[in-house]
Write a protein that binds this ligand. Structure first.
Ligand SMILES: [Fe+2]
Length: 239
């Protein structure tokens, strides 16, 4: 399924970039690079903490930035203020290298608010849209629940899931803008269609392993245990 022109890297904050930033190490965010090795186009998923480091890695790989994908608006994914810290993100990246940030329509205002980017910086998408990075197709799956416009990226047998789904557990649904019922449908309907051999790459390293197949994840992750929305809300409604 994966073609040789598919460029993909998983970078851990505080280890692979932003190495001197204790917050980056503590939060254990994953940033992803997705591209086409033939055309050299690449996008960054959720640039935060050390945008120059991330751009340097792209540069060392001989890839050229052609866009940013934002899984959701939280500052540990796109930059902004969080827990008394200011995290670098898309705004600082755009100052270095102008490009577009791909967001779901329902997340656009939230991304603008926390990062202070403008309308012109955003490429606003509807559920089911896809983008081409060179000739590599990335499908944008709208997966509300953690936030209204959370999205996952399906590309070449790979699911980059932001904070929608981790190897163990899923994103919190008790935050402002969260919706436990929407999360149930995102996990049990939208992500249920993703094939077993697709590899899940989450937005944080909350487990020893950094990726796992969707088949394994659906078998092992407790968020797939409830068999109805009612059961789900009993388990996770007050999360
Ligand atoms: Fe989040």
């Amino acid at each position: 399924m994966t073609t040789s022109r598919f460029y993909f890297r998983q970078l851990l904050s505080g280890r692979d970039f932003a190495k001197d930033d204790p917050m980056a190490a503590q939060m254990a965010n994953f940033v992803y690079l997705i591209g086409d090795r033939e055309t050299r186009d690449a996008v960054i998923v959720d640039p935060a903490y050390g945008v120059r480091d991330i751009l340097d890695i792209l540069d060392q790989d001989g890839m050229q930035l052609s866009g940013v994908l934002a899984s959701h608006y939280h500052p540990d994914h796109v930059g902004g203020s969080m827990m008394g810290h200011t995290i670098e993100g898309v705004r600082e990246l755009l100052e270095i290298k102008g490009t577009k940030i791909h967001v779901q329509a329902e997340e656009a205002d939230l991304v603008k608010k926390v990062t202070e980017v403008s309308d012109g910086d955003l490429e606003i998408h509807q559920p089911g849209d896809h983008i081409l990075v060179g000739d590599v197709r990335v499908d944008l799956l709208h997966t509300p629940g953690h936030t209204p416009g959370s999205q996952c990226f399906l590309v070449e047998g790979t699911l980059v899931a932001g904070d929608t789904l981790f190897l163990e557990g899923c994103g919190r649904t008790d935050l402002p803008g969260s919706d436990a019922t929407a999360m149930y449908h995102s996990l049990h309907n939208t992500l249920a269609k993703v094939p077993d051999d697709t590899v899940l790459f989450p937005g944080h390293r909350y487990s020893f392993h950094s990726s796992a197949t969707m088949g394994m994840t659906r078998e092992m992750n407790y968020v797939f245990k409830p068999e109805s929305e009612e059961q789900w809300l009993m388990m996770f409604g007050g999360q």
